[in-house]
Design a protein around this ligand. Sequence first.
Ligand code: 6PG
Length: 251
Amino acid sequence: MRQVEILEDGDAVGLRLVERIIAAAADAIATRGRFTIALTGGTTPEKSYRRLALPENAGRLDWTRSLVFVGDERDVPMDDPRSNWGNARRQLLDLVPLPPENGFPIVGTPGDPQGAARRHEEALRRAFPGDPIPRFDLFLLGMGDDGHCASLFPGYPSLDIIDRLVVASPPGVLPPPVDRITSTFPLINAAREVMFIVTGEKKAATLVDVLETDPPFWRRPAAGVNPALGTLTWLLDEPAASLLSTATRQH
Ligand code: 6PG
Protein backbone atom coordinates (compact mmCIF):
# COMPACT_ATOMS: atom_id res chain seq x y z
CA MET A 1 0.00 0.00 0.00
CA ARG A 2 1.46 3.38 -1.02
CA GLN A 3 0.45 6.73 0.40
CA VAL A 4 1.65 10.10 -0.86
CA GLU A 5 1.25 13.01 1.54
CA ILE A 6 2.15 16.48 0.35
CA LEU A 7 2.66 19.42 2.72
CA GLU A 8 3.33 23.05 2.04
CA ASP A 9 7.04 23.25 2.80
CA GLY A 10 9.96 21.60 4.54
CA ASP A 11 8.87 22.95 7.91
CA ALA A 12 5.44 21.39 7.59
CA VAL A 13 7.03 18.09 6.53
CA GLY A 14 9.28 18.27 9.58
CA LEU A 15 6.31 18.82 11.89
CA ARG A 16 4.33 16.05 10.29
CA LEU A 17 7.22 13.61 10.60
CA VAL A 18 7.45 14.31 14.33
CA GLU A 19 3.74 13.57 14.71
CA ARG A 20 4.04 10.39 12.63
CA ILE A 21 6.97 9.13 14.71
CA ILE A 22 5.12 9.79 17.98
CA ALA A 23 1.96 8.10 16.67
CA ALA A 24 3.87 5.07 15.32
CA ALA A 25 5.63 4.69 18.68
CA ALA A 26 2.38 4.84 20.65
CA ASP A 27 0.78 2.30 18.37
CA ALA A 28 3.73 -0.13 18.42
CA ILE A 29 4.14 0.10 22.19
CA ALA A 30 0.41 -0.45 22.75
CA THR A 31 0.42 -3.47 20.40
CA ARG A 32 3.80 -5.09 20.86
CA GLY A 33 5.28 -3.44 23.95
CA ARG A 34 8.14 -1.72 22.15
CA PHE A 35 8.92 0.61 19.25
CA THR A 36 11.71 -0.02 16.76
CA ILE A 37 12.79 2.76 14.40
CA ALA A 38 15.56 3.13 11.82
CA LEU A 39 16.56 6.77 11.39
CA THR A 40 17.75 8.13 8.08
CA GLY A 41 20.89 10.13 7.49
CA GLY A 42 21.17 13.12 5.20
CA THR A 43 20.11 16.68 5.85
CA THR A 44 16.34 16.44 5.22
CA PRO A 45 15.30 15.00 8.63
CA GLU A 46 17.54 17.27 10.71
CA LYS A 47 14.80 19.76 11.55
CA SER A 48 12.49 16.94 12.59
CA TYR A 49 15.08 15.40 14.85
CA ARG A 50 15.67 18.75 16.55
CA ARG A 51 11.94 19.30 16.89
CA LEU A 52 11.36 15.82 18.31
CA ALA A 53 14.04 16.56 20.90
CA LEU A 54 12.06 19.53 22.30
CA PRO A 55 10.65 18.59 25.72
CA GLU A 56 7.02 19.08 24.62
CA ASN A 57 7.52 16.45 21.89
CA ALA A 58 10.13 14.17 23.45
CA GLY A 59 7.89 13.81 26.50
CA ARG A 60 5.19 12.22 24.34
CA LEU A 61 7.32 9.21 23.41
CA ASP A 62 8.27 6.38 25.75
CA TRP A 63 12.00 6.24 25.07
CA THR A 64 12.55 3.43 27.55
CA ARG A 65 10.54 1.16 25.26
CA SER A 66 12.07 2.47 22.03
CA LEU A 67 14.97 0.89 20.16
CA VAL A 68 16.71 3.30 17.81
CA PHE A 69 18.81 2.25 14.82
CA VAL A 70 20.12 3.99 11.73
CA GLY A 71 19.46 2.70 8.21
CA ASP A 72 22.89 3.45 6.85
CA GLU A 73 26.19 4.91 7.93
CA ARG A 74 29.29 6.50 6.55
CA ASP A 75 32.52 4.67 7.45
CA VAL A 76 33.84 7.45 9.67
CA PRO A 77 34.30 7.79 13.44
CA MET A 78 31.13 8.70 15.30
CA ASP A 79 32.39 12.18 16.21
CA ASP A 80 33.01 12.97 12.53
CA PRO A 81 30.43 15.51 11.26
CA ARG A 82 29.63 13.09 8.41
CA SER A 83 28.50 10.33 10.80
CA ASN A 84 24.76 9.74 10.56
CA TRP A 85 24.61 8.37 14.10
CA GLY A 86 26.77 11.22 15.40
CA ASN A 87 24.34 13.73 13.86
CA ALA A 88 21.30 11.88 15.20
CA ARG A 89 22.89 11.97 18.65
CA ARG A 90 23.65 15.66 18.54
CA GLN A 91 20.24 16.62 17.16
CA LEU A 92 18.07 14.15 19.07
CA LEU A 93 19.34 11.14 20.94
CA ASP A 94 21.61 12.92 23.44
CA LEU A 95 18.73 15.26 24.32
CA VAL A 96 16.09 12.67 25.17
CA PRO A 97 15.94 9.97 27.88
CA LEU A 98 16.88 7.08 25.55
CA PRO A 99 18.60 4.42 27.67
CA PRO A 100 22.11 3.92 26.20
CA GLU A 101 21.41 0.22 25.63
CA ASN A 102 18.44 1.18 23.40
CA GLY A 103 20.67 2.94 20.84
CA PHE A 104 22.13 0.76 18.06
CA PRO A 105 24.70 2.69 16.03
CA ILE A 106 26.51 1.07 13.13
CA VAL A 107 29.91 1.11 14.73
CA GLY A 108 32.66 1.48 12.18
CA THR A 109 36.35 1.10 12.60
CA PRO A 110 37.13 3.16 9.53
CA GLY A 111 38.77 1.00 6.91
CA ASP A 112 36.71 -2.08 7.74
CA PRO A 113 33.15 -1.41 6.51
CA GLN A 114 32.60 -5.15 5.94
CA GLY A 115 33.33 -5.85 9.61
CA ALA A 116 31.02 -3.03 10.69
CA ALA A 117 28.24 -4.42 8.47
CA ARG A 118 28.69 -7.92 9.90
CA ARG A 119 28.65 -6.71 13.50
CA HIS A 120 25.59 -4.59 12.91
CA GLU A 121 23.76 -7.48 11.31
CA GLU A 122 24.52 -9.53 14.44
CA ALA A 123 23.22 -6.71 16.64
CA LEU A 124 20.02 -6.63 14.59
CA ARG A 125 19.56 -10.40 14.93
CA ARG A 126 19.95 -10.11 18.70
CA ALA A 127 17.51 -7.21 18.93
CA PHE A 128 14.84 -9.00 16.89
CA PRO A 129 15.03 -12.58 18.16
CA GLY A 130 12.57 -14.85 16.42
CA ASP A 131 12.06 -12.62 13.36
CA PRO A 132 13.56 -14.37 10.28
CA ILE A 133 14.09 -10.84 8.99
CA PRO A 134 13.85 -8.02 11.59
CA ARG A 135 10.60 -6.08 11.14
CA PHE A 136 11.04 -2.42 12.05
CA ASP A 137 7.94 -0.56 13.14
CA LEU A 138 9.15 2.49 11.24
CA PHE A 139 11.98 2.69 8.71
CA LEU A 140 12.80 6.27 7.66
CA LEU A 141 14.51 7.01 4.37
CA GLY A 142 15.63 10.04 2.41
CA MET A 143 16.14 10.05 -1.34
CA GLY A 144 19.14 11.45 -3.20
CA ASP A 145 18.81 13.43 -6.45
CA ASP A 146 19.90 10.26 -8.27
CA GLY A 147 17.16 8.18 -6.64
CA HIS A 148 19.37 6.42 -4.08
CA CYS A 149 18.11 5.63 -0.62
CA ALA A 150 19.99 4.55 2.49
CA SER A 151 23.39 3.87 0.82
CA LEU A 152 21.88 1.80 -1.98
CA PHE A 153 23.32 3.54 -5.02
CA PRO A 154 22.28 3.16 -8.68
CA GLY A 155 24.03 0.28 -10.42
CA TYR A 156 25.85 -1.00 -7.30
CA PRO A 157 26.10 -4.67 -6.19
CA SER A 158 24.42 -3.88 -2.83
CA LEU A 159 21.12 -3.63 -4.72
CA ASP A 160 21.15 -7.33 -5.56
CA ILE A 161 21.81 -8.67 -2.05
CA ILE A 162 19.10 -11.03 -0.89
CA ASP A 163 20.84 -12.96 1.90
CA ARG A 164 22.20 -10.17 4.11
CA LEU A 165 20.57 -7.48 6.24
CA VAL A 166 23.48 -5.04 6.14
CA VAL A 167 26.40 -4.76 3.71
CA ALA A 168 29.34 -2.51 2.96
CA SER A 169 29.26 -0.38 -0.17
CA PRO A 170 31.70 1.89 -1.94
CA PRO A 171 30.69 5.58 -2.01
CA GLY A 172 28.12 6.79 -4.53
CA VAL A 173 28.57 9.73 -6.86
CA LEU A 174 26.95 12.17 -4.42
CA PRO A 175 28.98 13.35 -1.41
CA PRO A 176 30.40 12.48 1.00
CA PRO A 177 32.90 10.25 -0.83
CA VAL A 178 33.41 7.73 1.97
CA ASP A 179 32.66 4.02 2.19
CA ARG A 180 29.20 3.17 3.45
CA ILE A 181 27.45 0.53 5.47
CA THR A 182 23.86 0.09 4.39
CA SER A 183 20.66 -1.79 5.08
CA THR A 184 19.68 -4.01 2.16
CA PHE A 185 16.31 -4.23 0.41
CA PRO A 186 15.28 -7.38 2.34
CA LEU A 187 15.70 -5.55 5.66
CA ILE A 188 14.00 -2.34 4.51
CA ASN A 189 11.13 -4.16 2.83
CA ALA A 190 10.38 -6.27 5.90
CA ALA A 191 9.37 -3.14 7.86
CA ARG A 192 5.82 -2.56 9.03
CA GLU A 193 6.05 0.99 7.75
CA VAL A 194 8.62 2.66 5.51
CA MET A 195 8.51 6.43 5.24
CA PHE A 196 10.40 8.53 2.71
CA ILE A 197 10.94 12.19 3.57
CA VAL A 198 11.75 14.23 0.49
CA THR A 199 11.81 18.01 0.19
CA GLY A 200 13.00 20.63 -2.28
CA GLU A 201 12.55 21.20 -5.99
CA LYS A 202 15.94 19.64 -6.81
CA LYS A 203 14.31 16.25 -6.28
CA ALA A 204 11.12 16.92 -8.24
CA ALA A 205 12.15 15.30 -11.53
CA THR A 206 13.57 12.19 -9.84
CA LEU A 207 10.35 11.84 -7.85
CA VAL A 208 8.30 11.78 -11.05
CA ASP A 209 10.58 9.07 -12.38
CA VAL A 210 10.35 6.97 -9.20
CA LEU A 211 6.63 7.40 -8.53
CA GLU A 212 5.23 7.49 -12.04
CA THR A 213 7.42 5.53 -14.46
CA ASP A 214 8.11 2.29 -12.57
CA PRO A 215 11.88 2.46 -13.22
CA PRO A 216 14.14 -0.54 -12.50
CA PHE A 217 15.62 -0.39 -9.00
CA TRP A 218 19.18 -0.60 -10.35
CA ARG A 219 18.60 2.81 -11.97
CA ARG A 220 16.44 4.34 -9.20
CA PRO A 221 17.01 2.37 -5.98
CA ALA A 222 14.10 4.12 -4.23
CA ALA A 223 11.81 2.23 -6.62
CA GLY A 224 12.98 -1.02 -5.00
CA VAL A 225 11.39 -0.05 -1.70
CA ASN A 226 8.12 -1.87 -1.50
CA PRO A 227 7.41 -3.33 1.95
CA ALA A 228 5.88 -6.75 1.39
CA LEU A 229 3.62 -6.68 4.44
CA GLY A 230 3.81 -3.04 5.38
CA THR A 231 2.86 0.43 4.28
CA LEU A 232 4.95 2.82 2.23
CA THR A 233 4.50 6.54 2.81
CA TRP A 234 6.03 9.36 0.83
CA LEU A 235 6.08 12.58 2.86
CA LEU A 236 6.79 15.41 0.43
CA ASP A 237 6.76 19.17 0.33
CA GLU A 238 5.17 21.13 -2.52
CA PRO A 239 8.47 21.99 -4.26
CA ALA A 240 9.50 18.31 -4.36
CA ALA A 241 5.99 17.29 -5.50
CA SER A 242 5.65 20.12 -8.02
CA LEU A 243 6.00 17.92 -11.13
CA LEU A 244 3.79 15.04 -9.98
CA SER A 245 0.57 14.25 -11.78
CA THR A 246 -2.78 14.81 -10.10
CA ALA A 247 -3.29 11.06 -9.90
CA THR A 248 -0.06 10.54 -7.94
CA ARG A 249 -0.76 13.49 -5.67
CA GLN A 250 -4.02 11.89 -4.63
CA HIS A 251 -2.52 8.56 -3.55
C1 6PG B 1 22.96 9.12 3.79
C2 6PG B 1 21.51 8.83 3.59
C3 6PG B 1 21.03 9.07 2.18
C4 6PG B 1 20.22 10.35 2.24
C5 6PG B 1 19.96 10.89 0.87
C6 6PG B 1 19.21 12.21 0.93
O1 6PG B 1 23.57 8.53 4.67
O2 6PG B 1 23.47 10.00 3.08
O3 6PG B 1 20.89 7.94 4.35
O4 6PG B 1 20.30 8.04 1.61
O5 6PG B 1 19.02 10.13 2.93
O6 6PG B 1 21.18 11.10 0.23
O7 6PG B 1 20.06 13.13 1.58
P1 6PG B 1 19.58 14.61 1.87
O8 6PG B 1 18.48 14.54 2.86
O9 6PG B 1 20.81 15.27 2.44
O10 6PG B 1 19.16 15.17 0.55
